[in-house]
Design a protein around this ligand. Structure first.
Ligand code: ARG
Length: 584
């Protein structure tokens, strides 16, 4: 239990023992740390309910709490605020014991098996700015869950099976009809090399989509190719499948490089196509349970409920042309994940605009018993990253912006702001830019849209990645200097300095911040806390001259405090997948 929770329990129980019904969280870190460390304002809430003077209630509680020798000072202030301060070295000892080695697992008493579905790129399409959020939010939430001792698997869930694959294959066939992939009588080995490159694909896909939109015949060909790929590839059209495999292979290789740059790593590189083998089995079960309905030649599951205020459309399991689409692969993937991993929770870090899709599919999954009631399916949706015009961030000429372009642009801004004399400037600017983006992305509430503002994000001041990184770099350099000068990291004591006290009060918030972030599947708590912690550290650093301090005990304690802040930074920045540069 965190220290704040512990104090909260003690105070809460005192209220309860005096026959008051109280809220769950009634103790917080004081708004006036010059007066006390913690405060409790609950007496005001109770005054109305029990028709008593708040000060009287507070006094009643305080008199009892005074018996507890954990507290140094506990008093009623003004009309009924309870001020609480702990004995001299209580907090210092607590920090020493709990944060010298940071182990977050102990705060999570209910460890789970969690599958995180994030990233969600599509084969044959390059990563664009819209792929940034699912990658970095997903990676952060996954790392957070791992740090809390859960058993976690991340899956990229490639878009490799829908109509888009049929479009691409039929366009390639149109351009190069003589390729062996389209010769139904071909029995030899298929070439090791792909007939097209990733760059070709980046052009082929949009061209194919445009043509299919204009020309119904081309659209029909694409549909047919999709159906052949999904159903008939063994009989006569083996080449479609072989070509598809090559396209996936070159795309994955390219995607891996892009994700690597963001320090985003997936345990599983599965795709929509992987559930294909389970689809007949799933359909059989759905049929057995009378869940599949026929609708205009398609097979559907109805998921609307009487209480719905708007109509929820059915889930399409098979289309008229006998293909499976996004919803069907989603459902079958759940089916397969349950069989293979049996997770307690599946988190989908996917664009908030897919809310309806997940609502439909989740309902189908529970309704059909593919997922039991006690398994959590959770759509961790997010808003879009917009330009200043309020629309998804675009290139100057209004085109879709590649993720690589966004990174380059941010690197340039970061480069312009760093010390020009520093070695390996470009490399450092790249690390800072990556951190600036991830930090800024997390600052706003996950579900809301935000505006991409490169100057603000790369600013060294304010709630930004560079501000926190600057502080982390400075602590590392302090630790190095101390080592060179034989200054030790000693025992943490209370030296009665206000800035030190404020810093300690920030440090003890860590477990609650982490558990809050985990419960809400949100990273904003973490980045906001990083700012609070490092602002407190910077004040402390400026006012407590560590390297020149003559009192050795004091100096070694301050070193210890710096070391601990450094460790917290490392841990939290690791969760955010933000790297700390050697210099800035
Ligand atoms: N590939 C999809 C898209 O581009 C996103 C996939 C998200 N994950 C999922 N399980 N549906 O929209």
């Amino acid at each position: 239990m965190s220290l704040i929770k512990k104090i909260n329990e003690i105070v809460k129980n005192t209220f309860i023992n005096n026959d008051y019904e109280v809220n769950d969280e009634i103790v917080k870190i004081s708004d006036r740390p010059d007066l006390s460390q913690f405060q409790c304002n609950e007496a005001f809430n109770l005054a109305k309910k029990y028709k008593k003077n708040p000060r009287m209630i507070a006094e009643e509680i305080v008199n009892e709490l005074k018996q507890n020798d954990m507290f140094k000072e506990i008093s009623v202030d003004g009309p009924g605020f309870i001020n609480i301060s702990l004995k001299e070295d209580y907090i210092a000892t607590y920090i020493e014991e709990n944060f010298s080695n940071i182990d977050l697992k102990k705060y999570n008493s209910n460890k789970k098996k969690i599958l995180v579905d994030y990233g969600g790129p599509n084969v044959a399409k390059p990563l664009h700015v819209g792929h940034l959020r699912p990658a970095i939010i997903g990676e952060g939430l996954k790392r957070l869950a791992i740090e809390l001792g859960n058993d976690v698997i991340g899956d990229v869930h490639l878009g490799d099976w829908g109509r888009q694959m049929g479009m691409i294959i039929s366009e390639i066939k149109y351009r190069y009809p003589d390729l062996v992939y389209f010769d139904n009588n071909y029995t030899g080995e298929y070439p090791a090399e792909s007939p097209v490159t990733v760059d070709d694909l980046n052009e082929i896909y949009p061209t194919a989509t445009a043509k299919a939109k204009e020309d119904e015949e081309r659209m029909e060909e694409a549909r047919e190719a999709t159906s052949i790929l999904q159903n008939d590839y063994k009989e006569g059209h083996k080449g479609y499948y072989e070509l598809w495999k090559k396209l996936v292979e070159i795309s994955v290789e390219d995607l891996k490089k892009s994700y690597e740059k963001l320090d985003v790593h997936f345990e599983l590189w599965r795709g929509e196509s992987d559930c294909h083998k389970s689809i007949p089995k799933m359909i059989e079960e759905l049929e057995k349970n009378n869940l599949l309905k026929d609708s205009d030649g398609a097979k559907i599951i109805e998921v609307n409920e009487e209480t719905d205020s708007t109509e929820i459309p059915p889930v399409i399991v098979k289309t008229k042309s006998d293909s499976v689409g996004y919803q069907a692969t989603e459902l079958a993937t759940i089916y397969e994940r349950m069989e293979e991993f049996n997770p307690d929770e599946i988190w989908y870090v996917v664009d908030g605009r897919q809310e309806l899709h997940f609502r439909q599919v989740f309902r189908a999954a529970y309704k059909s018993g593919i997922v039991k009631e006690d398994t959590l399916l959770y759509h961790a949706g997010f808003g879009t990253m917009n330009g200043k015009d309020g629309k998804p961030f675009k290139t100057r000429d209004g085109g879709v912006m590649r993720l690589s372009e966004l990174l380059e642009l941010t690197e340039k801004a970061a480069l312009a702001k760093i010390n020009s004399e520093i070695e390996n400037k470009e490399e450092i600017a790249a690390i800072i830019a990556d951190g600036a983006i991830k930090y800024a992305d997390a600052i706003s509430n996950r579900t809301t849209d935000y505006v991409f503002d490169v100057d603000k994000f790369t600013d060294n001041q304010g709630k930004t990645g560079p501000y926190v990184l600057y502080s982390a770099v400075r602590i590392n350099s302090l630790l190095r200097k101390a080592q060179e000068n034989n200054i030790k990291i000693g025992k943490l004591i209370n030296t009665n300095t206000l800035d030190e006290k404020l810093l300690m009060l920030q440090i003890i918030r860590l477990p609650d911040i982490i558990m809050d972030a985990y419960k809400r599947k949100s990273l904003s708590e973490i980045v906001n806390y990083l700012f609070d912690l490092n602002s407190a550290y910077n004040n402390f650093y400026n006012n407590c001259r560590i390297l020149s301090e003559k009192n050795i005990e004091k100096q070694e304690s301050w070193m210890k405090l710096s070391y601990i802040v450094g460790e917290i930074n490392k841990k939290l920045l690791y969760i955010m997948a933000i790297r700390i540069p050697n210099k800035m």
